[in-house]
Write a protein that binds this ligand. Structure first.
Ligand code: CTP
Length: 404
């Protein structure tokens, strides 16, 4: 595994003779497990062809802002989002100037203005162009904007001149990309499994039993754990939320599917079970849609679902060392949470009051109590995103051997 394994790179190729090295860069990035998609500027196409780039990436290359097929297929805004890192190589003086000035007059510059992803540029140009105050000014602006820079290197240039301006070698650019994407943060190197959302328990192919969980808290935790450097597997019940960026999301419907997905995702360092799992399923669910029959009510019999948290917490061989459960309560919150801590066999319970009046289910804020063997800690009302961040910080400290 490298820091580039499974990462998606958008490679913007500018118009310079170094564009030929970008073809090698594609191979270096792919060797390290990344997938690469290319945008070629008009200038780049004077040196290399979109076909050559596509042959090496295995994906279609993009060239035109107003290409009807392209816009219908992926669209420039999606191009600017659907990756983990943007690399601009070669970054010509002109491309750097456009980026620094916020121009958007072709596909490459528009995507670079529209993106919120980290950007790494590998400048390449004639030594005098590189040393020109305008280029140096642009470089300063780009650095201030948070753009990362690799190279240029000193050396012989295509025009038989010597000095800085040669594009960094593909291996150097790949290494810089690896450094940028290497996990860092309090949960770096840890695998975290998060369950989130409700489960749907079928009554027949069109009806199901569900609950009011939106998945907002669980999804926020998955994102916060990924932001803290963890490799995150999110097992999500049916929710309307988008999959969080940087997280491997597995979609499930029922409690039994959720348990199965969690077992497949093991081993993990931390398990956070935020899903509102349905306690019961319909034992005699209809294979076909159950029809109304002259006022006779269907006879549904219920069976208990597996308790995912308790099942995993009581596994002997691969229990994650740190297990966190949630307690959704409408009364006696702390008392019930204490009972759940013992019964489920987890290390920490995050308890919250889900009475309708509090608006927690489906809402954007939460008031939680952390219940563990060392006592109870009540946090002020926070946004679900802030609860997630604070919880992840706490788990980072606990994973290093700290108190709950
Ligand atoms: N949980 C689970 N599998 C279940 C039920 C619950 O993994 N079948 C987990 C939840 O994800 C949560 C914790 O157990 O982390 C407590 O869930 P909660 O719904 O509050 O409690 P229940 O165990 O369902 O008990 P009760 O409904 O009696 O409050």
């Amino acid at each position: 595994m490298t820091a580039l394994s499974g990462k998606r790179i958008l490679l913007v190729i500018g118009g310079g003779i170094a564009a030929y090295k970008s073809l090698d860069l594609i191979r270096r990035l792919r060797e390290r497990g990344a997938s690469v998609r290319c945008i070629l500027t008009a200038g780049a196409q004077a040196f290399i062809t979109p076909l050559a780039a596509s042959a090496l990436t295995g994906q279609r290359s993009h060239t035109d802002l107003f290409d009807r097929e392209d816009e219908a297929d992926i669209g420039h805004i999606k191009l600017a989002r659907d990756a983990d890192l943007v690399i601009v190589a070669p970054a010509t003086a002109n491309l750097m100037a456009k980026m620094a000035g916020g121009h958007a007059d072709d596909l490459a510059s528009t995507v670079l203005l529209a993106t919120i992803l980290p950007i790494l540029i590998a400048p390449a140009m004639n030594v005098r162009m590189w040393q020109h105050p305008a280029t140096q000014r642009n470089l300063t602006i780009l650095r201030q904007d948070g753009v990362h820079v690799v190279g240029p290197n000193d050396g012989a240039m295509a025009e038989a001149e010597f000095g800085p301006g040669r594009m960094a070698e593909p291996l150097e650019i790949a290494a810089a990309a690896e450094r940028l994407l290497a996990p860092s943060g309090p949960l770096a190197g840890r695998h975290v499994i998060v369950t989130s959302g409700p489960t749907h328990e079928p009554i027949d192919p069109v009806r199901y039993i569900a609950n009011r969980s939106s998945g907002k808290q669980g999804h926020a935790i998955a994102k916060a754990a990924a932001d803290a450097g963890a490799r995150v597997t999110l097992i999500a019940g049916p929710v309307t939320l988008p999959d969080p960026a940087g997280v491997t999301t597995v979609h499930v419907e029922s409690a039994r599917e959720m348990l199965d997905a969690v077992e497949k995702a093991l081993p993990a360092d931390i398990g956070i079970f935020a899903a509102a799992v349905a306690d019961w399923r319909v034992a005699n669910a209809g294979e076909q849609k159950i029809k109304k029959k002259d006022g006779a009510l269907p006879n549904l019999s219920l069976a208990e679902n597996p308790d995912i948290l308790a099942t995993i917490a009581h596994r002997s061989e691969d229990r994650p060392p740190l297990m966190v459960g949630f307690a959704a309560e409408t009364e006696h919150v702390i008392e019930h949470a204490r009972q759940k801590l013992a019964k489920k066999g987890c290390d920490l319970i995050v308890a919250n009051d889900v009475s309708a009046a509090g608006g927690v289910m489906g809402g954007d804020s939460n008031t939680v109590h952390l219940v563990s063997a060392s006592g109870v800690e009540t946090w002020p009302t926070l946004s679900k995103a802030d609860v997630a961040k604070k919880l992840v910080e706490r788990l980072g400290a606990m994973a290093k051997g700290g108190q709950p």
